[in-house]
Design a protein around this ligand. Sequence first.
Ligand code: CAA
Length: 401
Amino acid sequence: MDFALTQEHQLIKEMAYKFGQQEVVPGLTERDRDAVADRKVLDKLGESGLLGVSLPAKYNGSDTDYVSLGIVCEELERADSSVRVIMSVHSGLHCLTLLQWGTAEQKSRWLPDLAKGNKIGAFGLTEPNAGSDAVNMKTRAVRDGDSYVLNGEKTWISLSDYADSFLVVAVTNPDATPKAAGMSAFIVHRDMEGFHSAPIKGKLGVRAGNTGSLFFENVRVPIENRLGEEGDGFKVAMSALDNGRYTVGAGAVGIVTACLDACNKYVRDRKVGGEEIGRKQLVQQMIANMAAGRDIGRLLYYQVGWMKNQGLRHTRECSMAKWQNCNFAFQAAHDAVEIHGAYGFCDEYPVERYFRNSRGAMIYEGTREIHTIMQAEYEIGYRNDKPFKHMLPTWPFGDDV
Ligand code: CAA
């Protein structure tokens, strides 16, 4: 493995960092305070070309490798979690999963507009009564001629009110054993009759981002919009999470870096008894832990990006990176508040926002508890990863992608 960033990686890193600082940070404190998701950020992200990262040039993508997607997520989340969430949902959960599972016809039909940001994609798995326990979802898709008729509800869906298309998982055979074998995945478009969305208000974090619920009332979805075979839905969802969790784990490193950006400045500006607080050993301990979280976190997500490039199954490594990096981010944000004292308790400084945002990532895309259990099961031997049909294409992309 070679974990040195290439010149292309460096350029992408710089570009994503600048995007965050120039297009996301201005006005962010107010948007976060007022819980306003600014659609313009999403549009500018499309114009910048970043929504096409890690997608083949054949589909209007940037043709960069999968590590690049992680780097973009890290640098964007250094500005704000809400903009990284866009990458997670659109690029990770939606586009890469289309690339992985779509037929040639489906990829040509949908990916070019998604890569350009002309269309926005999202993901619908969670339901009011099925979060970690995804296999017990209630949304039904009943075959009727050349279509499926969908009824049900999804919730905690990022970009619920902005996305044009949703990768939705529904039950097609309620009697299947195991239950996972009775689920199928569909691409549902916002303009399909019987579909509507509604935002969720009062969130603790990611307040400058849009989250909501999706409602399906006899939504007729043509068979050409089914992703994978009937019964593949759970596998489509789990492999989508291998893509989404990667972006969350990479983004979490951006929170740690943002905490260091804020704290390294604050500890030199703030003096106690005439001495910079950066000279105090208990403060140094917190800074050193943040630096360790950033460096270990990068290695964890670079490894997953590298495995994606090689076409290797990486569910275990991806779960580890997501789980540990989110812990690093939460601890770093907690300590950043501590270092800032009372100033860390108000939005004059950004660290209280990092603290609230870092808490969310310990819940979405697999809770801390789910990842703990997964890692224990892998370690003991109760869970094993084997290659499966429809792996992500290896990078560099071939002509057959
Ligand atoms: N890729 C492909 N196939 C996979 C897979 C993967 N990563 N993981 C599992 N599968 C396959 C398995 O091979 C198995 O198929 P076979 O029977 O043919 O071998 C099938 O799927 C069932 O797998 P498991 O037996 O491993 O399933 P499980 O019931 O043990 O899984 C679980 C349990 C790991 C807890 C899983 O339910 C899980 O991850 N739950 C958490 C769900 C989650 O993360 N939700 C987040 C919602 S998304 C979100 O938050 C996005 C947003 O908008 C913010």
